[in-house]
Design a protein around this ligand. Structure first.
Ligand code: HEM
Length: 515
């Protein structure tokens, strides 16, 4: 009898647990989305209907697939329908503010610059960063990009000075040396006719990797290079998995690829910790010359209240956040200058006028970089038309009013940078034209609203590496302009596409000719 009661009790307990789990699932997957949907509907905000579990993921994937299968007119910069096809499609039906479901998570699209100001500046404390998907989290590191609250502000205060112009100026000669060597190697590889075809999207990845390694590790360049090479390999594996695998928990299975990723992760961590330890011990013994630039590792090691583990995570973040973004900027800028030879000429004239025609950039040339106004305008226009990060996401920490709309706690806001940059209401009559001249009076005056331009984000969490990216881009493009003229290779297919960042789907083959 006692046994019977005991079993009954167990059965009741298990049934109760199962009931609570099922109830939670029903609330999470059905009831809560329906409530949010009707909450927004009452305020006049609509969107594609929520489907159980998947939300709108199926439609999103099919819109994306249709868009990527279509070719674009060769010289068109009207890339929104191809790149953010879901936004372009649903905006026509529901207006610019609509609700879209990424699984059971609601995302409200916001592209009005006045509301964007509220999110990033006026009410920024009401919004937080959302978590990246698990596969991305693994490679982005637990650093500035994803940190929140006190820890984020503490790390930001420590890291920011490494990216100040004065420190970057000290780093410039070594950046220039590495770029110069890469360009030389390239021009040596040219055939007799002085012509070479290069897929710049690959080439710039290597170039940027080298420069970021120098900025992060400085005099420990060789050790840093080995570490970042491992991280590059890890990023390739993770990106492949990101493209192919959608099974929850797949990353925990001991598949061949996963085992490689785990091994790489272990090696990266071990080597970085060894490097940090070595630097810590040598500090004081050697002393760092006063005029020597503060590489990022040095800046973090000097700051007492940051653990070696945090330093490891920040190094990984810097590499993740800085490499592909800057390489993409360089790739699209080269493609744009190949498409628009008159701007290429103008930029080259300026480089020759300001820096002279010497083969190697002198220390003075580097100081002249800020004077390259036309090149600066070209980079701004490139970042407007082809922003490497096409959207930013924030999450409402609590219920908040946004331009008269009540946004419930937990709602994610999707700010489609690309759409804002291509909005005809903000960029006069020619939003899809390549017209660097629109930046002649500075970034703040280029559009009808100062918040309409945000390739590096906005507010307190704007990109910490912006100065480094622009320095690198100016230096690399100036070096190339001085030595080569270039045009699109006959095999080039204009197909901007998104895989984490905006990239050329079929590569970016460019033909370079020695001047
Ligand atoms: C063209 C090049 C680049 C672009 C377009 C770019 C874009 C961005 C954007 C849009 C954000 C804001 C993300 C958000 O608010 O959610 C951001 C943040 C960040 N970027 Fe960049 N970035 C570039 C280059 C770099 C470089 C070179 C580095 C470092 C070497 C870097 C490191 C970071 C970090 C650490 C953050 C997080 C800042 C924080 O939350 O405090 N970025 N970047």
């Amino acid at each position: 009898m006692e046994d019977y009661h005991f079993h009954l009790l167990w059965l009741l307990l298990i049934s109760y647990i199962l009931f609570v789990l099922v109830l939670k699932l029903v609330v999470h997957l059905w009831w809560a989305p329906r409530r949010v949907e009707s909450f927004f509907m009452k305020q006049g905000i609509k969107g594609p209907k929520y489907q159980l579990f998947l939300g709108n993921l199926k439609e999103l994937a099919s819109l994306n697939m249709m868009a990527s299968a279509q070719s674009m007119p060769p010289l068109s910069h009207n890339i929104l329908p191809r790149v953010l096809s879901f936004y372009h499609h649903w905006k026509k039906i529901y207006g610019s503010m609509f609700l879209v479901w990424f699984g059971p998570t609601a995302r409200l699209t916001v592209s009005d610059p006045a509301l964007i100001r509220e999110i990033f500046v006026l009410k920024s404390e009401m919004f937080e960063k959302n978590e990246s998907p698990p596969l991305v989290r693994k490679i982005e590191g637990d650093g500035l990009l994803s940190l929140k609250g006190e820890k984020w502000s503490h790390h930001r205060k420590i890291i920011q000075p490494a990216f100040h112009t004065e420190n970057l100026k000290l780093m410039m000669p070594m950046m220039a040396k590495s770029m110069e060597a890469a360009v030389m190697k390239w021009s040596e590889g040219m055939c007799d006719g002085g012509e070479v075809e290069v897929d710049v999207s690959d080439w710039f990845q290597n170039l940027v990797e080298d420069v970021i390694t120098r900025a992060t590790f400085g005099r420990s360049y060789e050790e840093g290079k080995a570490i970042f090479e491992l991280q590059s390999q890890q990023m390739v594996h993770a990106t492949e998995a990101y493209q192919k695998v959608f099974i929850p928990g797949y990353r925990f299975l001991p598949t061949k690829k996963n085992r490689i990723c785990w091994r790489l992760e272990k090696e990266i961590r071990k080597s970085l910790l060894k490097l940090i330890d070595g630097r810590r011990r040598r500090r004081g013994e050697e002393g760092v010359p006063e005029e020597s630039p503060n590489d990022l590792l040095e800046v973090m090691i000097k700051a007492a209240a940051i653990t070696p583990n945090d330093v490891v995570e920040e190094c990984k973040t810097i590499f993740f956040a800085g490499k592909h973004t800057t390489a993409n900027l360089l790739t699209w800028t080269t493609v744009l200058l190949a498409m628009h030879p008159q701007w290429q000429e103008q930029a080259r004239d300026e480089v020759l006028r300001v820096c002279g025609a010497r083969d190697s950039p002198s220390k003075d040339d580097l100081l002249h970089l800020p004077k390259l106004k036309t090149l600066g305008m070209i980079l701004n226009e490139s970042l407007r038309l082809y922003p490497p990060a096409v959207a930013i996401i924030r999450r409402a920490k609590r219920e908040v009013q946004l331009g008269g709309v009540h946004v419930p706690r937990g709602t994610e806001l999707l700010i489609p940078i690309l759409a804002v940059h291509h909005d005809p209401g903000l960029w006069c009559h020619d939003p899809h034209e390549f017209n660097p001249g629109r930046f002649a009076k500075g970034v703040a005056h280029a559009a009808k609203h100062p918040m309409a331009y945000m390739p590096f984000g906005l507010g307190a969490r704007r990109c910490v590496g912006q100065n480094l990216a622009i320095f690198q881009a100016k230096l690399a493009i100036a070096l190339i302009l001085r030595r080569f003229s270039f045009e699109l290779a006959p095999s080039y297919q204009h197909a901007p596409s998104v895989l984490m960042l905006l990239h050329p789907q079929h590569g970016a083959p460019i033909v370079f000719r020695k001047l």
